[in-house]
Design a protein around this ligand. Structure first.
Ligand SMILES: [Fe+2]
Ligand SMILES: [Fe+2]
Length: 259
């Protein structure tokens, strides 16, 4: 069961409180060797964050919206989509501040959208969630290494939102997995690991110039991305174990009362 009420409250609260830095286009003082690859790479993320969420919303309505344990999930997902759109809007300003150009089309983005759209709610969310894991690594690196205060402020805001998105998706998958058989869990974990590595490879390769400018190698980025995925898996799995332990304790408690 998902605590959708607390998620809705979180998303409502989170709409306020961030003060966007006042910037001028091209205002960054970073050396060109860093600024240019950073702007190009952020433009790719800007495009990625800008999806309208129409299909995701349709999947939610068709599958879990009416299910017990997911009341309010549709509303929470609406807020989640709105936050991603807000990221897209913030990134427009950041790309401009870095003197970069926005893009409208880009291969990996089109591929991800196609894959996501063909395969139902759970897979759609899984790909989204893997993108959040990549975002965790990406914005974290930019935050720590860009050396530009404005970039840091934007990345800090997006990163803190993405961390909550990860927790939001973790709770969804934990709730779903309550009904899964052991075989399905094993299969899910396996295919998750494969998808994670494929997407981590795309991230490391596609943004290599940006990472290089920040002094991080492709291999290191790949390893960081895989690690963050494995951390996430433990969270789902740990949640399962916790849940099972709780159920067991409850069952033991009731037999004690009965005897
Ligand atoms: Fe985002
Ligand atoms: Fe996100």
């Amino acid at each position: 069961m998902m605590n959708t009420k607390s998620w809705i409250e979180h998303f409502e609260r989170n709409q306020f409180g961030f003060v966007e830095p006042v910037t001028v286009p091209g205002g960054s003082r970073l050396p060109e060797l860093v600024r240019k690859p950073l702007a190009r790479s952020l433009a790719v993320f800007q495009l990625g964050e800008s999806g309208g969420g129409t299909r995701l919303m349709r999947y939610v309505r068709q599958t879990v919206a009416e299910e017990d344990g997911f009341t309010g999930y549709e509303r929470a997902v609406q807020y989640f989509v709105a936050e991603e759109q807000n990221h897209a809007r913030l990134l427009v300003n950041l790309v401009k501040y870095l003197g970069g150009d926005l893009i409208e089309k880009q291969w990996s983005n089109s591929v991800f959208r196609k894959i996501r759209h063909g395969l139902g709610l759970e897979f759609n969310l899984q790909i989204l969630l893997t993108a959040e894991l990549m975002a965790e690594v990406y914005y974290g690196l930019l935050y720590r290494r860009s050396g530009d205060e404005v970039v840091r402020v934007y990345c800090h805001k997006i990163l803190s939102d993405e961390m909550r998105h990860l927790a939001f998706h973790a709770e969804f998958f934990r709730s779903r997995a309550e009904d899964w058989s052991e075989e399905k869990k094993t299969w899910w974990g396996w295919q998750f690991g494969v998808c994670l590595r494929a997407i981590a490879m795309v991230l490391a390769w596609e943004h290599r110039d940006c990472f290089k400018a920040l002094g991080v190698g492709k291999g290191e980025v790949f390893r960081m991305a895989v690690k963050s995925g494995e951390r996430f898996m433990r969270r789902i799995d740990g949640g399962q174990k916790l849940w099972r332990a709780r159920m067991q304790a409850r069952a033991e408690g009731s037999t004690m009362v009965a005897s």
